[in-house]
Write a protein that binds this ligand. Structure first.
Ligand code: TYM
Length: 337
């Protein structure tokens, strides 16, 4: 079977949270990397629904099930081939939660309080749930459960992968060699796309859900994309060289570069003498070239629910077989089970 691990093919694991719709940052930071590298590795791509439960007031059970399907359909729509990759839903493989508990017991609290994403997400909240703090341990469990070599992600997840390595090292030290140490893999372009409305903050799903014009969502139609891009914050100048441009203009150039894959000097030469309006039009063009076929395939997958559910059940079965083997090792090392 094409998903059988082999010494020559690195094990790849990555995931996206099913919270509202995905944006162009998720696409260039994660999904597109997965597609580009799908023939090099033995890949597992997961819809991490358990990660979407960390703020209890925001849990919408029906909405969550629908978001899980929608994100899975997007994985296939961007070009992840179902027969070459294992695509599954995190909560369908129970070992993720079991390993989280075992890892919790070797995780110093201080390591979790240091996570910048925890600091940002807990700031200003009256009460912070244990799940929000523990989130990176669940992520470590996702990765370590599959003896992962490579984790293709955007820049904001690097700290969590460093924590995963630290946890694996600590566990191996305490209980004997059990886990492999994974590495983060970042895209060549677009590891950190910024908000269109505010180029000082990362484009994020949670802001996009509240603020129109913050993000380009993968399911947006041309009218919405045009509106968001044309209103993107720039400055009053005309500087179109990446090195010298202001943050908003750099972000638009970065999106253009990430979606065309062309070298920046070539893009700068093309846009020489043009104004920001022309840059924005060019960005709308490449965004729609990407989104139009993607949305068409997305609708096909969403229209055939039975097939989508079948693909996910099949993925869960394959993932569970690997997870079960790892858990035998982990339980034996800790003296449980
Ligand atoms: P999530 O759902 O926030 O984001 C999914 C992926 O998109 C990348 N990303 C970005 N890349 C570039 N620019 C941006 N503005 C941008 N915003 C998001 C993220 O880096 C990520 O790769 N904790 C993870 C999900 C997760 C996971 C895992 C990932 C759970 N378990 C195991 C890898 C391995 C998260 O919340 O991603």
């Amino acid at each position: 079977m094409s998903t059988t691990p082999s010494a020559a093919r690195p094990r790849v694991f990555s995931g996206v949270q099913p919270t509202s719709t995905l944006h162009i940052g998720n696409y260039v930071g994660a999904l597109r990397q997965w597609v580009e590298q799908q023939h090099e590795g033995d890949n597992l791509f997961c819809v991490v629904d358990l990660h979407a439960l960390t703020v209890p007031e925001e849990i919408d059970p029906e909405g969550l099930r629908e978001a899980v399907r929608s994100v899975a359909a997007l994985y296939f729509a961007v070009g992840i081939e179902p027969d070459k990759n294992t695509v599954f839903v995190q909560s369908h493989v129970r070992e993720h939660t079991e390993l989280t508990w075992l890892l919790n017991c070797v995780t110093p609290l201080g390591w979790l309080y240091r996570m910048t994403q925890f600091k940002a997400k807990s700031e200003g909240r009256e009460s912070v749930g244990t799940g929000l703090l523990d989130y990176p341990v669940l992520m470590a469990a996702d990765i370590l459960l599959y003896d992962t070599d490579r984790v293709p992600v955007g820049d904001d997840q690097v700290q969590h992968i460093e924590l995963t390595r630290d946890l694996a090292t600590r566990f191996n030290h305490l209980f004997g060699e059990t886990f492999k140490l994974p590495k983060a893999v970042l895209p060549r372009f677009g590891a950190r796309i910024m908000g269109l409305d505010d180029p000082e903050v990362k484009m994020s799903k949670s802001i996009a859900a509240k603020v129109d014009g913050h993000a380009i969502n993968l399911l947006d139609d041309e009218k919405r994309v045009r509106k968001a891009v044309m209103a993107a914050v720039t400055d009053s100048g005309r500087e179109l060289r990446f090195e010298h441009a202001s943050p908003g203009v750099r972000n638009l150039l970065a999106i253009y570069q990430a979606l065309t894959g062309r070298p920046m000097p070539e893009i700068e030469a093309e846009l020489e003498g043009a104004g920001y309006g022309q840059l924005k039009k060019a960005v709308v063009g490449v965004v729609m070239d990407t989104l139009t076929p993607l949305q068409q395939r997305y609708r096909e997958f969403m229209d055939d629910r039975a097939e989508l559910d079948r693909l996910l059940a099949d993925g869960a079965e394959r993932a569970a077989a690997i997870a079960a083997r790892t858990m035998e090792r982990v339980r034996a090392a800790m003296g449980v089970g």
